[in-house]
Write a protein that binds this ligand. Structure first.
Ligand SMILES: [Zn+2]
Length: 355
């Protein structure tokens, strides 16, 4: 029997104190979610919009003589982040039929009563450097329909917060032609297509992650990679257009192709120009996972290939924690980045001197 669905969840704002990250469990120990269900506040905060009771998506109200009104605006209630932040990564799911549009804007404040920043229009998966430290967020959504015959839909808006650590300058490195290790292609692991177009970038940093969850023992080859992609694309806390990483390396040494390395990922803040490599395992003690021998070798092979290809100096190889407040990639892997940089430097030197 179909029961009427209560219109209780309008849009869910998920606020994470830690990192844009991957894996299923996603470093739960470092994340605090804030969820605002809006309820009856929604009626006061929205004009011309309503909620589809089945999908819980925001849509235009019914019109007179048309299926929908032409325009609507939704204003969220302010949400409080668990920690202060100075950078943000917004994402959401929307369907925008021809003749309709959706625009989202965010604003930020250090205290509940302000002062609020200006409204900042955002693109899905476009990193925001806020130029200040904030604790509160609010967003608004404009929905339009040219003739009222169709409505755009938007649901599950999420925002990941970062501290916006300033990045140290890294001198460009030497280009060198080092072989690309064998990859499991997207077709081979059964990847879904990206939901929306990617944004091109020019790699100048390599960022190493661990999956945390699943850990090494939970790894099941391609099905694990499909699971991570599903989580990144479908979890209300993510809504990303594709898997966040550019490469993933299993404990068996298999390297899986994620997003194309030529486009911006979703694995750190800010994302542009950084290639994200996820090593499957939980390398943060007290977990006893260590990168396996073959996994470590493939990681070095891949980093050396990418560093040579894009002329990235070994100093441009870092861990997620170099950019954000997170344990990632775990001390047991992070502690080896020094020896990895040295080995990458040796390989690039010998490849370039042999020319
Ligand atoms: Zn990470």
């Amino acid at each position: 029997m179909l029961r009427p669905v209560a219109v209780s969840t309008l849009l869910t704002v998920l606020v994470s104190s830690a990192a844009v990250h991957g894996g299923f469990g996603h470093h739960e120990g470092h994340r605090v979610f804030y969820q605002d269900r809006f309820d009856e506040n929604a009626a006061q905060k929205a004009a011309g919009v309503t909620v589809d009771p089945e999908t819980q998506e925001l849509v235009l109200e019914e019109g007179t003589g048309h299926p929908y009104v032409r325009t609507g605006i939704f204003l969220s209630v302010p949400a409080r982040a668990a920690r202060s932040f100075s950078a943000a990564f917004p994402s959401w799911r929307a369907s925008v039929p021809p003749g309709t549009s959706v625009e989202l804007a965010f604003r930020f404040a250090p205290e509940a009563d302000g002062p609020w920043s200006r409204w900042q229009p955002v693109e899905c998966e476009a990193d925001m450097q806020l130029g200040g430290t904030y604790r509160y967020i609010q967003f608004r959504a404009f929905l339009t329909s040219d003739d009222g015959s169709h409505t755009p839909r938007i649901g599950a808006v999420s925002l990941h917060f970062g501290l916006g650590k300033s990045e140290s300058e890294v001198e460009p490195g030497i280009e060198a032609d080092l072989p690309r290790p064998e990859l499991v292609t997207r077709a081979q692991w059964g990847a879904r297509q990206a939901r929306d177009p990617y944004t091109a970038h020019s790699p100048n940093r390599l960022v190493v992650h661990h999956s945390s969850s699943p850990n090494a023992a939970a790894y099941r080859g391609a099905s694990t990679i499909r699971g991570i992609q599903n989580y990144h694309m479908d979890a209300p806390s993510h809504n990303w257009i594709d898997i966040g990483y550019h490469f993933l390396i299993g404990p068996d040494g298999m390297i899986f192709e994620g997003r194309p390395e030529t486009v911006s990922g979703a694995h750190v803040i800010p994302n542009p120009n950084k290639i994200g490599i996820c090593v499957i395992g939980n390398f943060e003690p007290p977990s006893e996972d260590q990168p396996s021998g073959v996994q470590y070798e493939r990681l070095v092979d891949l980093l050396a290939h990418l560093a040579g290809k894009y002329g990235i100096a070994p100093a441009g190889i870092g861990g997620h924690r170099d950019y954000m407040s997170t344990d990632c990639p775990g001390q047991s892997l992070y502690g080896r980045l020094g020896e990895i940089r040295a080995e990458v430097g040796r390989r690039i030197e010998s490849a370039s001197s042999g020319r």
